[in-house]
Each structure stands twice: as structure tokens, then as C-alpha cells.
Write a protein that binds this ligand. Structure first.
Ligand code: ADP
Ligand code: MG
Length: 732
């Protein structure tokens, strides 16, 4: 009997939900209680300091060093009252951060000294030199000679985890280059703010700031802690590298795990409470798609804050799940043939006057503004579809993209039938040599006003589109569940900044020629609509026909992550980031190198796990079972006449042969794969290495998996060492 597996099953079955209690009945009593937010700041800071801080947060300017002491003092006073003993700079290095890896940054810098917070002052708040020499830097920060620095990001408030005050910071090299996700994101947000404000001024002179907004939807799986621990592949890679899917029609044993949904609920309750304390406005959702899969989604926020909140959520999800004897799987594809997990990024732009620029308005003026931002977004996506594809290219997401339950690797935009009609009208009516009549203009603008109700109705939504307009925002659905949203958000906001600047230039050029403003806007919008037509697709994104059609249209279909990553530092990308002030050439290239390297490392770890598990768990089990069958055959031979034996043992002999067949494939492929890895590891170019891991090592893992999964079906259930899919997943 496989002791670990059955021991784990027994433990999983015997658990009961953890008791969870909210601090008080009213959420408003504790919402944000662990955040040094506006309210706390106004209470603890001298009035003039508070004013200065707020104004620089609102304007996005840096805070004067002269007042940081005073800010730190206030922060410390607030934190100490909440029994905080330590502080840490909290940042997002380019590790493709998962909750586990992130953990270390929560750790207090000095373990025993509970007076650490006492030393906290302006200097500690503003800048710090973390001991983080092993974090990836793509060659920018030479580990032995230079250092990385963290510096306070006032736009995201400090918060408390346990007894530690966490200060959101950027992470840069000694020479000022970005080593994290946040730095380029903040720059992209500045770029899109400026570009969007300039365009907004065509419609409203009062607009002074435009914030990119982000509302993420975080999908994840839960699994019992003991079952998780009994699967070394889950422990090491976050996904199951083996496992036959439960037979079709076979109901998962819900009586077996009848208690787990309650545990999941208790987990969600506690998580919600912790999120509320941290000011993360989430709500729980059940996801019907896969067993044991769930979703959290917050109310949307300004992008930088939303990203921090998502990172924080992923961290605390892990911590709280453990308390409930559960583990969270954030991997994009923990189980083969079962729906994977994504992180939809709902995105829009909002003015400081309270207008959502992607929300169709009620009057003609705001409608033209809406159309302007809608069409510019489509154009930006069209011009940079390859880069957007690169923004979501990770080892984990590769399992998901292009598979039939997930967005295709082709980037396209869905806007719905009504808006499509609207754009068709625009193209038809606007003539470059003839001005629109007042009636025509009003009609065009008014028609948009009828759209929101239709759009917000769920029937006009396309769930197969990777980039869909959903009534008052775009939803970038192809982002991976474990990713930092910054990768996608930095690129989306940067291409939008570039596009809006171009739009302003084009419209101003028309105006300079004597064309009236509205007319000029209409003309340029028509031009963009025509130019970007090919990115719009309303049909089934999962269908075969779309792949052919997209190819005809000249859209890219970058199937693997290394293929897509090539775009991350292409000449046009380097230029884009330089022009928009988001990243230098060196930073862009470093980032690509890190992404290739990370990809290679993750596939390498998976391949090792495949090899180890196959050799140490699967082959011995298969041979053990084969011996049992052989014994049976020998026994039959002893007691039966030769003619009876032939008949009675034929099936068993087939089984023996089949096991040998798969054992051989597994053994040989594992060996072949080890040799190939040795060869590939010698390659100098990060790009080549990543591509070969993708094109050579991954198919070998698949081949091994195929045979292992066949063996799982043949071998006696009693001795199979790894918890099976039907045990890891459960019905509710
Ligand atoms: P779905 O049908 O995809 O589950 P919902 O309509 O429930 O989508 O909303 C999804 C997310 O969109 C929510 O997290 C919400 O906060 C976010 N969202 C709504 N409006 C905006 C906006 N203007 N900007 C960014 N995100 C938004
Ligand atoms: Mg969604």
C-alpha cells in the first residue's frame, strides 16, 4: 500500500473547517485598519506635512527629503500603536514573484532586535540597501561590485503584516536602472497620464490628471495540504507533471471530500477579513469552470495600487491557506485537461474630474471623447499586438494560451456588434474632403449614447476574446494567474501613451490646416478605424477558422513563450520604451534576458522533477506491479494444462508487455532528456537556451508523461504513489 498517498488521503478526509471570526460585525469598522492611508496620515501628520504629502501623491511628484523625517515619525507612531516592532521595504523584484518566493521580503531585517522600528526615520523611509544580491538583474547590477537600492513609493500606502510595517518601494540599481516591476510601471503611468490629459483637453479644459485603472480577477485552485505534500511536483513546480485525467463521466468522489468546500469557505472568509484590514476591496467568487477552482476580484483601483494589492493578495492567500490546511495553486495550469487559471486585467482610464474615458456618455461631447479613447486603444493594440503577446509570455501561461479553453496566442480585440456598427457608420459618413453636417455629427455622437445599456447586457460579450471591450473598460484576459500585472499594464499603458500622443499630433495638424476641431477628430478617428480594422474580431477565438483568418490578416500567432519574448526587446520595443521614458535600452534588454532565463529555469526544474519522479516513484511501482502479474502468470502455469494456460494467461501477458513498453519509453526518454539538458545548458545565448528548452525538452516531458499516465491506468491503485487527479480535485 502506498503509505504517503493513503496517509494524506486520510488526513484530508478527516479535517474540519477552521473557525473564523470577523473583528466586528461592520466591515467599515476595520476596513483599512492596517493601512497608513489618508485618514491615518491626517491623524498622525502635522497639517502642513500632510498637505504636502497629499499634493505630491495626487500630482505624482516626489516628496521633498526635508519632510521625510516628519512623515517617518508619523508612520512610526501609528505603527507602534498597532504593536509593530519591525519595518521592511516591500518590493517586487523580477523573479516572476509567487507568494513563496516573495516571503523573504516580509522578514524583518534583524530577528532578535525588537527595537528595530525605533530606528525608523526619514532616511530609512526614503532609501534602503536590501541584501538582495541574488535577485535577477539581467547583468545590470553586477552582484559583486554594485548594489541595488529600494526607494519609497508614496503613491502606495504603507501597511502592516503581523508585526512588521511594510513600505512599498521601487527597486533600482546603484546607477538608477530598474530592477523591479514597479519602476517602469510608474513611468508608464506618468506617460499615459500626460498623453491622455492632453487629449482630454480637446473636450474638457478642467482635466489635470488621468489615472489608469485596473481591476484584476484572480483565479486559483485550492488543494488539501497533505495531498499537496504528497505530490513532489506540486511542491516543486506548482503543477502536476503527471496524472491521468479522471475518466469521462466518472463523477469525482464528492462524498470523499464532502468537507472541503466548507474549508474553502472558511479560508475565503478569513482572507476577506485580512484583505479588508489591508484596504483591499475584494469579493469572493465561485468559479464553476473547474472543480476546486475559485476567483477573487476587487473593486478596481488606480493601477499602481491595484498591482500592489494583487501582489499582496497572492502573498496572504498562501499564508492564510496554510492555516486552513490548504494550499493555494496560482499556477496557470496545475492540472492537464482541466481548465487553467488566468488573471483578467480590466483596464480603463479615468480623469480627476471623475470621468471614465471608456464609458459611453450621455451627451454628444462625452460620446466623442469615448469614441476617441476607444478607437485609440484599438489602434494601439493593433500596432503593438506582438508586444502585448510578449507581455504575458511565461512558462506557466504557455500551457494555457492556445489551448482550447483559454485565449488564443493571437491578440485580437472584441468590441461587440453595436460598436462595430457604430465604427462602420463613422467610416462611411466621414469624408476627408467634406465636412459633416451638424445633424450628421449629432447623430453619430448620439448613437453612441444608446450603446451602454446594450453592452452592459451580458449577451453581447465574447468570452473567447483575449482583449474584449466590456461596456466601460477593456478586459485583457490572457494574463497568467501567477503573473505580476505590471508586465501587461506597463506595456498597455505605454502603447496607449504613444498612441494618444500620435493622435494629438495628427488632430493638431488638421486643425492647423483650418479644419474645425470636431471634424479633425472625426477624420483622424476614421483613419485609425480603417488602419486597425484587422485586429478586430467578433467571432470564436478558440476556433480553427480564426487561426487561418488571423494569418491572412497578418496577425502574429506566437505560440511559445520564447517566440513571443523575442518581441520584448525588438528594435521597435526599445524605441517605444525610450521615447515614452519608460525604460532605457539597457533596461529593456536586461528585462528580456531575465524573462528568457526565468523561462529556462522553470522548465529545467520541471524536467528534473519529471525525471526524478519517473525514476524514483513511477518505474519502481510499475515494476513491482509487473512482478505481481508475472507471479500470477507463473502460478497459472503451475496449475493449468498448457492449452488452458494459454487462454487464461493471455491478458496478463499483454499487461506485462504493455508495462514493459511504457517502462522502456520512460526510462529511455528520461536518460535522453538528461543528456539533452546537459548539452543545452552549455549554450551561452539565453535566447537559444530558452528556445531549446521549449522545443526539445518540453516535448520529451510530454512523451514521458504520456507513458506515465498510461502506467497509472494499468497499475494497481493500491500501490500508486501519487495522489490521483480525482483525489486532488473535488466536486462541490
Ligand atoms: P466579469 O464578467 O469578467 O467577471 P465584472 O463586470 O464582474 O466582470 O467586473 C470585472 C472587474 O472589472 C471587477 O474587478 C471590476 O472592479 C473591474 N472594473 C469595473 N470597472 C472598471 C474600470 N473602469 N477600470 C478598471 N476595472 C474596472
Ligand atoms: Mg472577467
Amino acid at each position: 500500500m502506498s503509505t504517503i498517498r493513503f496517509h494524506a488521503l486520510k488526513e484530508a478526509m478527516n479535517r474540519s473547517p477552521r473557525n473564523v471570526e470577523a473583528p466586528t460585525e461592520k466591515i467599515s469598522d476595520y476596513f483599512g485598519s492596517h493601512v497608513f492611508d489618508k485618514k491615518a496620515m491626517s491623524e498622525y501628520m502635522p497639517k502642513d506635512v500632510f498637505k504636502l504629502v497629499m499634493s505630491s501623491i495626487e500630482k505624482g511628484t516626489s516628496i521633498d527629503r526635508k519632510i521625510t523625517d516628519s512623515v517617518a515619525l508619523a508612520m512610526k507612531a501609528w505603527a507602534v500603536e498597532k504593536n509593530v516592532t519591525h519595518y521592511t521595504h516591500w518590493f517586487q523584484p523580477l523573479t516572476g514573484t509567487t507568494a513563496e518566493k516573495h516571503d523573504a521580503f516580509f522578514e524583518p531585517s534583524s530577528d532578535n532586535d525588537n527595537k528595530v522600528i525605533e530606528q525608523f526615520g526619514g532616511a530609512q523611509l526614503a532609501q534602503q540597501e536590501p541584501d538582495a544580491s541574488s535577485l535577477p538583474s539581467g547583468g545590470i547590477r553586477n552582484t559583486f561590485e554594485a548594489r541595488g537600492y529600494t526607494a519609497w513609493d508614496p503613491s502606495s500606502p504603507a501597511f502592516i503584516i503581523g508585526k512588521t510595517l511594510c513600505i512599498p518601494t521601487i527597486y533600482i540599481s546603484y546607477t538608477g536602472e530598474a530592477l523591479d516591476y514597479k519602476t517602469p510601471l510608474l513611468k508608464a503611468l506618468v506617460a499615459v497620464d500626460k498623453a491622455a490629459v492632453d487629449v482630454c483637453r480637446y473636450f474638457d479644459k478642467n482635466v489635470k490628471k488621468v489615472n489608469a485603472t485596473l481591476g484584476w480577477e484572480q483565479e486559483y485552485f485550492l488543494v488539501d495540504k497533505s495531498l499537496f505534500a504528497a505530490r513532489p511536483d506540486l511542491v516543486m513546480t506548482g503543477r502536476t507533471v503527471f496524472g491521468h485525467s479522471p475518466a469521462k463521466g466518472q463523477e469525482l468522489d464528492d462524498h470523499y471530500f464532502g468537507t472541503i468546500p466548507d474549508r474553502a469557505h472558511a479560508f475565503m472568509n478569513e482572507l476577506e477579513i485580512e484583505c479588508m484590514k489591508l484596504g483591499i476591496p475584494i469579493t469572493t467568487r465561485h468559479n464553476e469552470v473547474a472543480p476546486n477552482q475559485y476567483e477573487f476580484a476587487p473593486v478596481y483601483e488606480e493601477t499602481n495600487l491595484a498591482v500592489d494589492h494583487n501582489q499582496l493578495l497572492m502573498d496572504i492567500m498562501d499564508k492564510i491557506a496554510r492555516k486552513h490546511n490548504l494550499r493555494v495553486l496560482l499556477h496557470e495550469k496545475p492540472y492537464a485537461n482541466i481548465n487553467g487559471s488566468g488573471k483578467h486585467n480590466n483596464w480603463s482610464l479615468a480623469t480627476d474630474t471623475g470621468v471614465n474615458l471608456l464609458s459611453p456618455g450621455k451627451n454628444p461631447k462625452s460620446n466623442l471623447q469615448f469614441l476617441t479613447f476607444l478607437i485609440n486603444t484599438i489602434k494601439a493594440v493593433y500596432d503593438h499586438e506582438r508586444l502585448l503577446r510578449a507581455s504575458i509570455a511565461t512558462a506557466g501561461n504557455e500551457h494555457r494560451l492556445g489551448a482550447n479553453e483559454a485565449p488564443p496566442a493571437i491578440v485580437s480585440v472584441f468590441i461587440g456588434t453595436e460598436l462595430t456598427k457604430m465604427l462602420d457608420q463613422l467610416v462611411k459618413k466621414v469624408k476627408d474632403d467634406k465636412a459633416l453636417t451638424a445633424d450628421e455629427k449629432t447623430e453619430l455622437k448620439l448613437n453612441i449614447g444608446k450603446i451602454p445599456e446594450i453592452l452592459l447586457d451580458n449577451t453581447d460579450r465574447n468570452r473567447t476574446s483575449p482583449f474584449a471591450f466590456t461596456g466601460n473598460k477593456f478586459e485583457y484576459r490572457a494574463v497568467g494567474s501567477s503573473s505580476n500585472c505590471s508586465s501587461a499594464m506597463t506595456i498597455l499603458n505605454t502603447i496607449m501613451a504613444k498612441q494618444l500622443k500620435q493622435f494629438k499630433k495628427d488632430v493638431d495638424a488638421q486643425i492647423a490646416k483650418g479644419v474645425k476641431k470636431d471634424e479633425a477628430i472625426f477624420r483622424i478617428l476614421k483613419k485609425y478605424t480603417l488602419a486597425s480594422k484587422d485586429i478586430r474580431f467578433e467571432g470564436n477565438g478558440y476556433g480553427e477558422e480564426w487561426i487561418k483568418e488571423a494569418e491572412k490578416r497578418g496577425l502574429s500567432n506566437l505560440k511559445t513563450s520564447p517566440q513571443a519574448l523575442a518581441e520584448m526587446a525588438s528594435e521597435s520595443t526599445i524605441k517605444l520604451f525610450e521615447e515614452q521614458g519608460v525604460m532605457t535600452k539597457r533596461e529593456t534588454i536586461a528585462r528580456q534576458e531575465i524573462a528568457y532565463d526565468l523561462y529556462t529555469n522553470l522548465i529545467r526544474i520541471e524536467a528534473r522533477v519529471v525525471g526524478d519522479l519517473a525514476k524514483n516513484h513511477i518505474l519502481p511501482t510499475a515494476l513491482k506491479y509487473q512482478n505481481q502479474v508475472i507471479k500470477n502468470v507463473q502460478g497459472l502455469k503451475e496449475i493449468l494444462s498448457p492449452s488452458d494456460f494459454k487462454n487464461a494467461a493471455s491478458v496478463q501477458l499483454e499487461m506485462v508487455k504493455e508495462i514493459s513498453h511504457h517502462v522502456k519509453i520512460v526510462k529511455e526518454t528520461v536518460e535522453e532528456m538528461i543528456n539533452e539538458r546537459k548539452r543545452i545548458n552549455q549554450i551561452d545565448e539565453v535566447k537559444d537556451r530558452a528556445n531549446q528548452y521549449c522545443d526539445i525538452i518540453k516535448p520529451m516531458c510530454d512523451k514521458i508523461r504520456y507513458s506515465v499516465d498510461k502506467l497509472e491506468l494499468s497499475v494497481d491503485d493500491e500501490i500508486w504513489p501519487l495522489p490521483k487527479y480525482r483525489e486532488l480535485l473535488f466536486n462541490h
